[in-house]
Design a protein around this ligand. Structure first.
Ligand code: NAD
Length: 463
């Protein structure tokens, strides 16, 4: 399609025209914007957010507070503490050969940015990156997922209430809408979603040489060593696996454990599931639902495929189709031929894979794409070191999972297939900033002495 016919060209051009005004705002003005967003999340729209997420994902109020609202508020608080420092020009040394000059780095906004977000934490993953984009002084167009329509509609109302469309606008729509937006020459595209769509985004970005941050997914393993406390490990892993019904990019996808520890571990897992959600999770107010029937069928087919190829459902497996409900499910006797060990699960199913030795573990992980996270449960320094040094991943947490998301001092993101670029805190600010190099040369300096003709410096000084 010709760019002139693009339905979002006018909006894009308005933001383009306004970008220097936004870019030149003071820290105080940017923090005022973030304070407005914070108040909207904390007070004005909080109960409407609870209702929207209940409708879209059956999220309980507490889970919505903990996983959708609080992480954005805490990101804003972090920015408020540090933005004054981040925006300062950074002086850097200048080599003696350039005597007479001084050098510094200025963090300038990228300009007009596009944020495309997924459905699994629809509020958090739309407004989270927005905080960084505003902090860095950009104008932004947001395109949330069509699969969580109540939350997307509410976010649109919030954005219209809080911002002028020349600085922040939200466009609702499906794939076609995203494609129209991707045809525009954004200065930066921040995409959160699947690796498959990440490749489409990167291709589109290449047409304009837009920079990208890609927050993608994959299979994050949890490795349990014999030295691990199995009860605590099970409690933490079951929590991490079942938050948001397993629809979490950094959820532990599968477990690697030696055969001799497996039965005790599963026993602790079952106790943890029943402790968190009772023996009937379908009646628990704390247990979520699968986003839609398509994903329910996808998950069902992962279980069926595994069972057909020799796996055992050790616990769970019940499905209530009319409610998009899948019981927390543990699967044993898994092998690499099964789709459940090939595709990102993104649901409340935990496959258990056995290993005989450390080489087995490394071989298994390194035969696949680099995961978003590698979780190691162990009390043995040497084991932790061997796994950390011989695998590659976006993050590693030792003896827990998921908690890395809430430390804003850490870069968040994957590596290659699980992501390109980082977000959160300073790293989010940097993702939306161009590190512009400045040099200031004083009128008297050494550069005149290195211009042609290449005679001796003595002669030049004399001249
Ligand atoms: P998705 O890639 O299907 O969709 C994400 C967004 O891209 C949506 O807004 C959608 O409308 C848009 N989109 C879909 N197809 C498109 C196309 N062909 N062209 C342009 N845009 C398109 O992802 P999803 O199903 O919403 O989310 C699940 C995936 O996201 C999982 O892989 C998960 O691991 C990943 N994820 C990653 C993170 C992270 O921070 N790394 C966080 C959450 C989810």
């Amino acid at each position: 399609m010709n760019i002139v016919e693009n339905p979002y060209l006018t909006l894009f051009q308005k933001q383009q025209a306004y970008q220097f005004e936004v870019g030149n705002t003071t820290v105080k003005a940017r923090l005022q914007k973030l304070n407005r967003l914070k108040a909207a999340l904390e007070v004005t729209y909080r109960s409407q957010i609870h209702v929207a997420l209940k409708k879209d994902l059956n999220k309980s109020i507490t889970e919505t507070d903990l996983t959708e609202i609080y992480p954005i508020i805490s990101e804003i608080k972090h920015v408020k503490r540090h933005l004054w420092h981040w925006v300062k020009n950074q002086k850097v040394p200048t080599p003696l050969s350039l005597f007479g000059a001084s050098s510094y780095i200025k963090y300038e906004p990228k300009g007009v940015c596009l944020i495309i977000s997924p459905w699994n934490f629809p509020l958090n993953l739309t407004f989270g990156p927005l905080v960084s984009a505003i902090a860095a002084g950009n104008t932004v167009i947001l395109k949330p997922s069509e699969m969580t329509p109540h939350t997307s509609a509410l976010m649109k109302t919030m954005v219209q209430d809080l911002f002028d469309e020349t600085e922040v606008a939200l466009v609702e729509g499906e794939v076609e809408t995203a494609q129209h937006l991707l045809n525009l020459p954004f200065n930066h595209i921040f995409f959160t979603g699947s690796p498959a769509v990440g490749k489409i985004v990167m291709k589109a970005a290449a047409a304009h040489l837009s920079s990208v941050t890609l927050e993608l997914g994959g299979k994050s393993p949890a490795i349990i060593d014999q030295s691990a406390n199995l009860k605590t490990t099970a409690r933490r892993l079951i929590w991490g696996k079942l938050v948001n019904c397993g629809q979490t990019c950094i959820a532990p996808d599968y477990v690697l454990i030696d055969k001799t520890s497996q039965d005790v571990f599963i026993d602790h897992c079952i106790k943890s599931i029943e402790f968190y959600y009772s023996q009937l999770p379908e009646t628990s107010n704390s247990y979520g639902r699968i986003v839609n029937q398509h994903h329910l069928n996808r998950l069902k087919s992962l279980i069926d495929d595994a069972v057909a190829k020799g796996a055992t459902v050790a616990y769970g497996g019940n499905i209530i189709e009319s409610e998009n409900y899948i019981q927390p499910t543990i699967i044993t006797n898994c092998n690499n031929e099964m789709r459940i060990l090939q595709e990102e699960i993104f649901g409340p199913i935990l496959p258990i894979v056995n290993f005989r030795n450390t080489e087995d573990i490394l071989h298994h992980i390194n035969a696949n794409h680099k995961p978003l996270a590698v979780y190691i449960f162990s009390d043995k320094k040497s084991f932790i070191k061997t796994i950390s040094n011989n695998t590659r991943a976006g993050t590693t947490v030792i003896n827990n999972n998921l908690i890395q998301f809430n430390n804003h001092h850490l870069p968040f993101g994957g590596s290659n297939n699980s992501g390109i670029g980082k977000s959160h805190g300073y790293y989010g600010f940097k993702a939306f900033s161009n590190e512009r190099a400045f040099m200031k040369q004083h009128f008297k300096g050494i550069s005149e002495y290195v211009t042609p003709p290449y005679t001796s410096i003595k002669e030049k000084i004399a001249a």
